[in-house]
Design a protein around this ligand. Structure first.
Ligand code: UFG
Length: 328
Protein backbone atom coordinates (compact mmCIF):
# COMPACT_ATOMS: atom_id res chain seq x y z
CA UNK A 1 0.00 0.00 0.00
CA UNK A 2 1.35 3.42 -0.91
CA UNK A 3 0.62 7.14 -0.64
CA UNK A 4 0.25 9.07 -3.88
CA UNK A 5 1.78 12.54 -3.62
CA UNK A 6 0.70 14.81 -6.46
CA UNK A 7 2.99 17.79 -6.96
CA UNK A 8 5.63 15.91 -5.00
CA UNK A 9 8.43 17.68 -6.89
CA UNK A 10 7.16 21.12 -5.84
CA UNK A 11 8.35 23.15 -2.87
CA UNK A 12 6.07 21.92 -0.07
CA UNK A 13 5.50 18.59 -1.85
CA UNK A 14 9.19 17.68 -1.98
CA UNK A 15 9.69 18.40 1.72
CA UNK A 16 6.64 16.30 2.56
CA UNK A 17 7.93 13.46 0.35
CA UNK A 18 11.24 13.65 2.22
CA UNK A 19 9.43 13.34 5.58
CA UNK A 20 7.09 10.54 4.46
CA UNK A 21 10.13 8.63 3.21
CA UNK A 22 11.92 9.15 6.53
CA UNK A 23 8.83 7.80 8.28
CA UNK A 24 9.01 4.61 6.23
CA UNK A 25 5.93 5.34 4.09
CA UNK A 26 5.76 3.97 0.55
CA UNK A 27 5.54 7.06 -1.61
CA UNK A 28 4.65 7.44 -5.29
CA UNK A 29 5.00 10.85 -6.94
CA UNK A 30 2.90 12.29 -9.75
CA UNK A 31 4.12 15.66 -11.03
CA UNK A 32 3.95 17.29 -14.45
CA UNK A 33 7.20 19.20 -13.74
CA UNK A 34 5.61 22.40 -15.00
CA UNK A 35 6.74 24.16 -11.80
CA UNK A 36 8.37 21.31 -9.89
CA UNK A 37 11.97 20.09 -9.99
CA UNK A 38 12.82 16.45 -10.60
CA UNK A 39 16.07 16.98 -8.62
CA UNK A 40 14.13 17.89 -5.49
CA UNK A 41 13.13 14.28 -4.84
CA UNK A 42 15.07 11.08 -4.27
CA UNK A 43 15.64 9.57 -7.76
CA UNK A 44 14.95 6.08 -6.37
CA UNK A 45 11.29 6.88 -5.60
CA UNK A 46 8.59 5.87 -8.09
CA UNK A 47 8.01 9.01 -10.15
CA UNK A 48 5.41 9.62 -12.85
CA UNK A 49 5.67 12.72 -15.02
CA UNK A 50 2.09 13.52 -15.90
CA UNK A 51 -1.05 15.44 -15.13
CA UNK A 52 -3.49 14.87 -12.26
CA UNK A 53 -6.29 15.00 -14.83
CA UNK A 54 -4.91 11.99 -16.73
CA UNK A 55 -7.49 9.45 -15.61
CA UNK A 56 -5.81 6.47 -17.28
CA UNK A 57 -2.49 7.27 -15.66
CA UNK A 58 -3.96 7.81 -12.18
CA UNK A 59 -5.96 4.57 -12.49
CA UNK A 60 -2.79 2.70 -13.45
CA UNK A 61 -0.76 4.21 -10.60
CA UNK A 62 -3.54 3.44 -8.10
CA UNK A 63 -3.71 -0.17 -9.28
CA UNK A 64 -0.01 -0.89 -9.64
CA UNK A 65 0.99 0.72 -6.34
CA UNK A 66 -2.17 -0.12 -4.37
CA UNK A 67 -2.66 3.55 -3.44
CA UNK A 68 -4.47 3.92 -0.09
CA UNK A 69 -4.24 7.70 0.41
CA UNK A 70 -3.42 10.78 -1.61
CA UNK A 71 -1.64 13.94 -0.53
CA UNK A 72 -2.65 16.40 -3.22
CA UNK A 73 -0.35 19.39 -3.72
CA UNK A 74 -0.24 19.72 -7.52
CA UNK A 75 -1.50 23.22 -8.35
CA UNK A 76 -0.57 26.60 -9.73
CA UNK A 77 -0.10 28.99 -6.82
CA UNK A 78 0.68 32.56 -7.92
CA UNK A 79 -2.02 34.96 -6.78
CA UNK A 80 -1.05 37.63 -9.34
CA UNK A 81 -0.86 35.18 -12.23
CA UNK A 82 -4.29 33.84 -11.34
CA UNK A 83 -5.78 37.33 -11.71
CA UNK A 84 -4.44 37.56 -15.28
CA UNK A 85 -5.12 33.94 -16.25
CA UNK A 86 -8.16 32.84 -14.25
CA UNK A 87 -9.23 30.10 -16.68
CA UNK A 88 -5.82 28.48 -16.47
CA UNK A 89 -6.14 28.37 -12.66
CA UNK A 90 -9.70 27.05 -12.69
CA UNK A 91 -8.73 24.42 -15.25
CA UNK A 92 -5.49 23.33 -13.60
CA UNK A 93 -6.46 23.56 -9.93
CA UNK A 94 -10.19 22.86 -10.02
CA UNK A 95 -11.15 20.97 -13.21
CA UNK A 96 -8.03 18.76 -13.14
CA UNK A 97 -8.39 18.43 -9.38
CA UNK A 98 -11.94 17.14 -9.81
CA UNK A 99 -10.71 14.64 -12.42
CA UNK A 100 -8.11 13.45 -9.89
CA UNK A 101 -10.77 13.01 -7.20
CA UNK A 102 -12.93 11.08 -9.63
CA UNK A 103 -10.04 8.75 -10.47
CA UNK A 104 -9.32 8.27 -6.76
CA UNK A 105 -12.96 7.52 -5.92
CA UNK A 106 -13.18 5.02 -8.80
CA UNK A 107 -9.96 3.38 -7.59
CA UNK A 108 -11.39 3.06 -4.08
CA UNK A 109 -9.08 5.63 -2.45
CA UNK A 110 -10.95 7.27 0.43
CA UNK A 111 -8.37 9.52 2.09
CA UNK A 112 -7.09 12.83 0.75
CA UNK A 113 -4.88 15.43 2.41
CA UNK A 114 -5.48 18.59 0.40
CA UNK A 115 -3.22 21.59 -0.03
CA UNK A 116 -5.47 24.56 0.63
CA UNK A 117 -4.58 28.13 1.43
CA UNK A 118 -5.17 31.17 3.58
CA UNK A 119 -6.13 32.81 0.27
CA UNK A 120 -9.55 31.11 0.62
CA UNK A 121 -10.41 33.64 3.37
CA UNK A 122 -9.90 36.80 1.33
CA UNK A 123 -9.68 40.08 3.25
CA UNK A 124 -9.87 39.06 6.94
CA UNK A 125 -12.57 40.49 9.18
CA UNK A 126 -10.70 39.45 12.30
CA UNK A 127 -7.14 38.56 13.22
CA UNK A 128 -5.87 35.99 13.95
CA UNK A 129 -8.11 34.08 11.53
CA UNK A 130 -9.94 30.99 12.82
CA UNK A 131 -11.11 28.20 10.48
CA UNK A 132 -14.70 29.37 11.02
CA UNK A 133 -13.92 32.75 9.43
CA UNK A 134 -16.06 33.38 6.36
CA UNK A 135 -14.37 32.38 3.12
CA UNK A 136 -14.57 35.01 0.41
CA UNK A 137 -11.45 34.81 -1.78
CA UNK A 138 -10.21 37.96 -3.50
CA UNK A 139 -8.52 36.22 -6.42
CA UNK A 140 -9.03 33.24 -8.78
CA UNK A 141 -6.26 31.24 -7.05
CA UNK A 142 -8.17 31.44 -3.75
CA UNK A 143 -11.44 30.54 -5.48
CA UNK A 144 -9.85 27.56 -7.28
CA UNK A 145 -8.83 26.12 -3.90
CA UNK A 146 -12.10 27.11 -2.22
CA UNK A 147 -14.06 25.19 -4.87
CA UNK A 148 -11.90 22.13 -4.25
CA UNK A 149 -12.70 22.27 -0.53
CA UNK A 150 -16.43 22.27 -1.41
CA UNK A 151 -16.00 19.40 -3.90
CA UNK A 152 -14.17 17.38 -1.23
CA UNK A 153 -17.06 17.96 1.19
CA UNK A 154 -19.52 16.67 -1.42
CA UNK A 155 -17.31 13.64 -2.09
CA UNK A 156 -17.29 12.88 1.63
CA UNK A 157 -21.08 13.07 1.70
CA UNK A 158 -21.58 10.97 -1.44
CA UNK A 159 -18.63 8.58 -1.38
CA UNK A 160 -17.29 8.60 2.18
CA UNK A 161 -14.06 10.20 0.97
CA UNK A 162 -12.38 11.58 4.11
CA UNK A 163 -10.20 14.64 3.70
CA UNK A 164 -8.08 17.11 5.60
CA UNK A 165 -7.87 20.51 3.91
CA UNK A 166 -4.73 22.24 5.18
CA UNK A 167 -4.89 26.00 4.78
CA UNK A 168 -1.30 27.18 4.60
CA UNK A 169 -0.27 30.66 5.55
CA UNK A 170 3.22 31.71 4.34
CA UNK A 171 5.36 28.66 3.62
CA UNK A 172 9.09 29.37 3.78
CA UNK A 173 12.47 27.99 4.85
CA UNK A 174 14.29 24.87 3.70
CA UNK A 175 15.57 21.49 4.77
CA UNK A 176 19.15 20.43 4.03
CA UNK A 177 17.94 18.82 0.80
CA UNK A 178 14.91 20.81 -0.34
CA UNK A 179 14.43 24.53 -0.72
CA UNK A 180 12.39 27.22 -2.40
CA UNK A 181 13.01 27.64 -6.13
CA UNK A 182 10.22 29.33 -8.07
CA UNK A 183 10.42 30.63 -11.63
CA UNK A 184 9.79 33.51 -11.48
CA UNK A 185 10.46 34.15 -7.81
CA UNK A 186 7.83 36.38 -6.19
CA UNK A 187 8.10 35.33 -2.53
CA UNK A 188 9.51 37.68 0.04
CA UNK A 189 12.14 35.58 1.82
CA UNK A 190 13.97 34.25 -1.28
CA UNK A 191 13.94 37.75 -2.78
CA UNK A 192 15.35 39.23 0.44
CA UNK A 193 18.17 36.67 0.31
CA UNK A 194 18.80 37.36 -3.39
CA UNK A 195 19.14 41.05 -2.51
CA UNK A 196 21.58 40.09 0.28
CA UNK A 197 23.85 38.29 -2.20
CA UNK A 198 23.59 40.94 -4.92
CA UNK A 199 21.72 38.59 -7.26
CA UNK A 200 18.90 41.12 -7.11
CA UNK A 201 19.73 44.83 -6.76
CA UNK A 202 17.24 45.37 -3.91
CA UNK A 203 14.00 44.20 -2.33
CA UNK A 204 10.96 46.23 -3.27
CA UNK A 205 8.76 46.78 -0.24
CA UNK A 206 5.25 46.52 -1.64
CA UNK A 207 3.27 49.04 0.37
CA UNK A 208 4.48 51.22 3.23
CA UNK A 209 1.08 52.72 4.06
CA UNK A 210 -0.76 49.69 5.43
CA UNK A 211 -2.62 50.13 8.73
CA UNK A 212 0.10 48.21 10.61
CA UNK A 213 2.63 49.52 13.17
CA UNK A 214 5.42 50.07 10.60
CA UNK A 215 3.17 50.50 7.55
CA UNK A 216 4.22 47.24 5.85
CA UNK A 217 2.08 44.12 5.40
CA UNK A 218 2.02 41.41 8.04
CA UNK A 219 2.16 37.66 7.33
CA UNK A 220 2.34 34.44 9.34
CA UNK A 221 5.55 32.68 8.22
CA UNK A 222 5.62 28.94 8.73
CA UNK A 223 8.59 26.63 8.13
CA UNK A 224 8.02 24.22 5.25
CA UNK A 225 9.19 21.27 7.41
CA UNK A 226 6.50 22.16 9.98
CA UNK A 227 3.96 22.17 7.13
CA UNK A 228 5.24 18.75 6.04
CA UNK A 229 4.79 17.33 9.53
CA UNK A 230 1.16 18.52 9.51
CA UNK A 231 0.56 16.41 6.38
CA UNK A 232 1.87 13.31 8.06
CA UNK A 233 -0.30 13.98 11.11
CA UNK A 234 -3.34 14.62 8.92
CA UNK A 235 -2.74 11.32 7.15
CA UNK A 236 -2.56 9.53 10.51
CA UNK A 237 -5.72 11.33 11.64
CA UNK A 238 -7.64 10.07 8.61
CA UNK A 239 -6.19 6.57 8.88
CA UNK A 240 -7.30 6.51 12.51
CA UNK A 241 -10.89 7.16 11.44
CA UNK A 242 -10.74 10.93 11.98
CA UNK A 243 -13.46 13.03 10.39
CA UNK A 244 -12.99 15.30 7.40
CA UNK A 245 -11.92 18.76 8.50
CA UNK A 246 -10.13 22.00 7.60
CA UNK A 247 -7.06 23.19 9.49
CA UNK A 248 -5.13 26.45 9.44
CA UNK A 249 -1.36 26.03 9.43
CA UNK A 250 0.40 29.08 10.78
CA UNK A 251 2.13 30.15 13.97
CA UNK A 252 -0.31 32.75 15.28
CA UNK A 253 2.49 35.36 15.08
CA UNK A 254 2.66 37.89 12.30
CA UNK A 255 5.75 39.70 11.03
CA UNK A 256 5.84 42.77 8.85
CA UNK A 257 7.87 42.96 5.64
CA UNK A 258 10.29 45.34 7.39
CA UNK A 259 10.65 42.93 10.31
CA UNK A 260 11.47 40.09 7.92
CA UNK A 261 14.16 42.21 6.26
CA UNK A 262 15.65 43.29 9.62
CA UNK A 263 15.75 39.67 10.81
CA UNK A 264 17.38 38.59 7.53
CA UNK A 265 20.03 41.31 7.95
CA UNK A 266 20.90 39.84 11.35
CA UNK A 267 21.01 36.29 9.99
CA UNK A 268 23.20 37.07 6.97
CA UNK A 269 25.26 39.70 8.80
CA UNK A 270 25.03 42.41 6.18
CA UNK A 271 22.69 45.23 5.17
CA UNK A 272 20.03 44.39 2.57
CA UNK A 273 19.15 47.13 0.07
CA UNK A 274 15.45 47.99 -0.08
CA UNK A 275 13.24 50.29 -2.11
CA UNK A 276 9.75 51.44 -1.15
CA UNK A 277 7.19 50.53 -3.81
CA UNK A 278 3.43 50.67 -4.21
CA UNK A 279 1.10 48.01 -2.84
CA UNK A 280 0.86 44.78 -4.82
CA UNK A 281 -2.66 44.22 -6.18
CA UNK A 282 -4.71 41.81 -4.12
CA UNK A 283 -2.43 41.85 -1.04
CA UNK A 284 -4.31 42.01 2.27
CA UNK A 285 -2.66 44.05 5.03
CA UNK A 286 -2.49 41.24 7.58
CA UNK A 287 -2.84 37.44 7.38
CA UNK A 288 -2.26 35.63 10.66
CA UNK A 289 -3.73 32.24 11.60
CA UNK A 290 -5.01 30.67 14.74
CA UNK A 291 -3.78 27.10 14.50
CA UNK A 292 -5.15 25.81 17.81
CA UNK A 293 -7.35 23.36 15.95
CA UNK A 294 -4.42 21.63 14.20
CA UNK A 295 -2.59 21.49 17.54
CA UNK A 296 -5.63 20.12 19.37
CA UNK A 297 -6.95 17.62 16.82
CA UNK A 298 -3.82 16.62 14.89
CA UNK A 299 -1.32 17.08 17.73
CA UNK A 300 0.67 19.46 15.50
CA UNK A 301 3.50 21.29 17.18
CA UNK A 302 5.56 23.49 14.84
CA UNK A 303 9.20 23.35 15.93
CA UNK A 304 11.13 25.31 13.33
CA UNK A 305 8.97 28.36 12.71
CA UNK A 306 10.87 30.97 14.68
CA UNK A 307 11.54 33.66 12.03
CA UNK A 308 15.34 33.67 12.43
CA UNK A 309 15.43 29.84 12.23
CA UNK A 310 13.36 29.94 9.04
CA UNK A 311 15.57 32.55 7.41
CA UNK A 312 18.77 30.77 8.50
CA UNK A 313 17.55 27.53 6.90
CA UNK A 314 16.63 29.34 3.67
CA UNK A 315 19.99 31.16 3.68
CA UNK A 316 21.91 27.88 4.14
CA UNK A 317 20.02 26.35 1.21
CA UNK A 318 20.52 29.35 -1.08
CA UNK A 319 24.25 29.43 -0.25
CA UNK A 320 24.50 25.79 -1.34
CA UNK A 321 22.20 26.27 -4.35
CA UNK A 322 22.81 29.80 -5.68
CA UNK A 323 20.90 28.93 -8.86
CA UNK A 324 18.30 26.81 -7.10
CA UNK A 325 17.97 23.29 -8.47
CA UNK A 326 19.64 24.36 -11.73
CA UNK A 327 23.10 23.55 -10.34
CA UNK A 328 22.03 20.41 -8.54
N1 UFG B 1 6.57 41.36 -0.63
C1 UFG B 1 7.33 42.50 -0.79
N2 UFG B 1 8.30 42.47 -1.74
C2 UFG B 1 8.55 41.38 -2.53
C3 UFG B 1 7.76 40.23 -2.34
C4 UFG B 1 6.77 40.25 -1.37
O1 UFG B 1 7.14 43.50 -0.11
O2 UFG B 1 9.44 41.45 -3.39
C5 UFG B 1 5.53 41.36 0.42
C6 UFG B 1 4.14 41.05 -0.14
O3 UFG B 1 3.53 42.21 -0.63
C7 UFG B 1 3.47 40.46 1.10
C8 UFG B 1 4.62 39.74 1.83
O4 UFG B 1 5.81 40.32 1.32
O5 UFG B 1 2.99 41.47 1.92
C9 UFG B 1 4.66 38.26 1.57
O6 UFG B 1 4.60 38.05 0.16
P1 UFG B 1 4.82 36.62 -0.52
O7 UFG B 1 4.74 36.85 -1.99
O8 UFG B 1 6.05 35.98 0.02
O9 UFG B 1 3.58 35.78 -0.01
P2 UFG B 1 2.01 36.08 -0.11
O10 UFG B 1 1.55 36.44 1.27
O11 UFG B 1 1.68 37.05 -1.17
O12 UFG B 1 1.42 34.69 -0.62
C10 UFG B 1 1.58 33.47 0.06
C11 UFG B 1 1.58 32.35 -0.95
C12 UFG B 1 0.23 32.28 -1.65
C13 UFG B 1 -0.87 32.17 -0.63
C14 UFG B 1 -0.75 33.26 0.39
C15 UFG B 1 -1.75 33.04 1.47
O13 UFG B 1 2.58 32.54 -1.91
O14 UFG B 1 0.20 31.16 -2.49
O15 UFG B 1 0.56 33.28 0.97
O16 UFG B 1 -1.46 33.74 2.58
F1 UFG B 1 -2.06 32.29 -1.23
Amino acid sequence: MAVLVTGGAGYIGSVTVELLQQEGEDVVILDNLDRGHRESVDPSLPFYEGGIGDRKLVARIAREHRIESCVHFAALAYVGESVGEPLRYFDNNTAQGIALLESLVVAGVRRVVFSSTAATYGEPEQSPIPETHRQLPTNPYGWSKYFMERVLQSCDHAHGLKFAALRYFNACGATARCGEHHEPETHLIPIVLFAATGKWPHVSIFGTDYPTPDGTAIRDYIHVADLASAHLLALKHLRGGGDSDCFNLGTGHGYSVKKVIETAERVVGRPIPTQAAGRRAGDPSRLVATSDKARRILGWNPQRSDLATIIQSAWDWHQKHPDGYANG
